[in-house]
Ligand binder design. Sequence first.
Ligand code: NI
Length: 185
Amino acid sequence: MAELKIARLGNPILRQVAQPVNLKELSDPDSEIQRFIDDMVEVMRKEGGVGLAAPQVSRSVQVVILESLNNKRYPGRGDIPLTVLVNPVITRYGKEIRSGWESCLSLIDFRGLVPRSTEVTVEAYTREGKKIRIEAEGFLAVVLQHEIDHLNGLVFIDRMEDFTKLAYMEEFETYWMDQEEPTGA
Ligand code: NI
């Protein structure tokens, strides 16, 4: 049973730049970092997130995980299989920018309209230590940008350009949800 607790906005760890993982630690399947990744997956699923970055569970290391399977908080956004990324870096941001409503387990009651690149390239390592490159678009590209921002001490509100589009979840559902493009990301 994971004991990890979500760090919420105001916790200074969310504002730190996370440390890279020593890739040698990944090679032992029983290592502490592997158990930590398992705990992250458990917490993300329990909290209903589509992504989680290690600083959000109070550990300042460069690990993010993603998963979206029929997620109720993001209906109609398409599925993302469970993905674990170690030391991820966004190496390319596409030129096209689109705004979409985001939330975050560290700002659980809020939604905000955030401009993001519609395409990104990410280089990272798997939890087995294998180097990979992901060419992402749409919802996956947005989730990757959101989670990798956490490793650099950023949260989604830092990316917002219009704070009139920051809403409590209930007000988002009342005033904004119907205006959202179903495939907008
Ligand atoms: Ni977040």
